[in-house]
Write a protein of this length. Structure first.
Length: 207
């Protein structure tokens, strides 16, 4: 949340693309980073899906014609074109998640941060979201995920920051860090079963 400027850093400074996230204006931050809450409902403020997507653009005084074009593009991209006039709270769980990602992306930030994106999602919805994130990364968006799901970490990430008790315990490529089971155990995290077998056999990470 400090990375996205939602809360001030508890100490020190958070810098995103050379900008102090704790001091930057919401407009400047929105151009650089999008944030997706663990519970999508916590970020919805508008009465329709269209207005939810348009909100960030209106704050930046984007012309109405461009707002309509960009919102229509986002609705199509996330399969919500038939939900434009629906209240966000009336969407299905998967649709809410897609809308929350869409609202974070509408200002075209270079970084997208997600808090526990697979929490409460069934396997199909989680896979759908992860496929979307893979596509965004391929297009050049930096994806930052906060998660306790080490299966997700093993299968989808390139680098890991291990946190415990508010402190950074390790930083490095995913494949290298997953070879150290004790590192994750000390942080209260348990490696996936297959990863534990590979680590015990000295074979390292699979991704």
């Amino acid at each position: 949340q400090a990375l996205a400027g939602v809360v001030p850093p508890p100490r020190g400074q958070v810098s995103v693309d050379g900008v102090d996230a704790g001091a930057a204006s919401p407009r400047d931050l929105a151009a650089r980073i999008g944030f997706v809450f663990q519970n999508p409902e916590h970020q919805f403020i508008a009465a329709t899906v269209f207005d939810e997507l348009a909100h960030g653009l209106r704050l930046r005084h984007v012309p109405d014609a461009e707002i309509s074009a960009r919102v229509d593009e986002m609705l199509t991209r996330f399969g919500l074109e038939h939900k434009a006039d629906v209240h966000p709270f009336l969407l299905s769980g998967g649709e809410k998640r897609r809308l929350s990602v869409g609202t974070a992306l509408i200002t075209r930030p270079r970084v997208l941060a997600l808090d526990e994106p697979t929490f409460g999602q069934d396997r199909a919805r989680a896979a759908e979201l992860l496929d979307l994130l893979q596509n965004l990364r391929a297009e050049g968006t930096t994806i930052v995920i906060v998660t306790h799901d080490l299966q997700l970490v093993a299968e989808h990430t390139t680098h890991v920051v291990v946190l415990a008790d508010g402190r950074v315990r390790a930083v490095g490529p995913t494949a290298a860090l997953l070879q150290d089971e004790q590192l994750f155990a000390a942080a209260g995290l348990r490696l996936p079963a297959l990863q534990r077998v590979l680590t015990s056999a000295g074979l390292g990470a699979t991704s």
